[in-house]
Design a protein around this ligand. Structure first.
Ligand code: ADP
Ligand code: 5GP
Length: 208
């Protein structure tokens, strides 16, 4: 039987580079599956339904909640965001490491439901870089940018709930660091108990 994959949550302030880092991670390595969330926010110019998000109306989203089709959901700057359950469960059982790029309220719900989730928090090297990246991306109005920056102040208070804090300064270094953290997680003793028990049994042969 194939070993189950690891569930990984990547959070970080809006504009910290989560999307950019994940895209590059998936381009370089093939054992990752990125969950595509559902959201009620409007698509950005370069976004495609089913690729960046499943874009839903409020009614459609609320139906997904009622049907228990989401692993978690949260409200972020006046919109709903949530993780469709079926894809995540399917990919984990296929042995893929599944990445959820979600905000902190969702991250905490996931940790409660799946305590062995690996939680990574991605941050720019400093606050000015964050603002520069968010403005530079050019996808939000100044009003929305201000709301997202004030949300970052709150999110920063929750960083202690995460396992690792990763700085996204040099993109290449950051992608490799995220990859190494996930690969390191595979080597945790508690994730290899089946194999360890097998080796224990085999070793007993030497005592006969
Ligand atoms: P998030 O998904 O966290 O909101 P994005 O991936 O959209 O952030 O990145 C925000 C902006 O910062 C984008 O314009 C992106 O090209 C840029 N960016 C991301 N990572 C880096 C980096 N390591 N160095 C410079 N610019 C970056
Ligand atoms: P954006 O509008 O910039 O794409 O995303 C806004 C915030 O929502 C980001 O912090 C992003 O990580 C988060 N987010 C995206 N998808 C989900 C999701 O399915 N659940 C939760 N809880 N947050 C999400």
């Amino acid at each position: 039987m194939k070993k189950k994959g690891i569930l990984v949550v990547v959070s970080g302030f809006s504009g910290s580079g989560k999307g950019t880092v994940m895209k590059e991670l998936l381009r370089r390595y093939d054992n990752y599956a990125l969950s595509v969330s559902a959201t009620t926010r409007e698509p950005r110019e370069d976004e495609e339904d089913g690729r960046e998000y499943f874009f839903k109306t409020r009614e459609e989203f609320e139906r997904m909640i009622a049907e228990d089709a989401l692993l978690e959901h949260a409200c972020y700057v006046e919109n709903y965001y949530g993780t469709p359950k079926a894809y995540v469960e399917e990919q984990l059982s296929l042995g893929k490491d599944v990445i959820l790029e979600i905000e902190i309220q969702g991250a905490l719900q996931i940790k409660k439901r799946y305590p062995d989730t690996l939680l990574l928090f991605l941050s720019p090297p400093d606050a000015q870089t964050l603002k520069r990246r968010l403005v530079g991306r050019g996808t939000e109005s100044m009003d929305v940018i201000e709301s997202r920056l004030s949300r970052a102040v709150e999110e920063a208070e929750g960083i202690e709930s995460y396992d690792y804090f990763v700085i996204n300064d040099d993109l290449d270094a950051c992608v490799e660091e995220v990859h190494e953290l996930i690969q390191g997680e595979h080597r945790r003793v508690s994730r290899s108990m089946e194999l360890i028990d097998e080796i224990r049994e085999e070793l007993k042969e030497f005592n006969k």
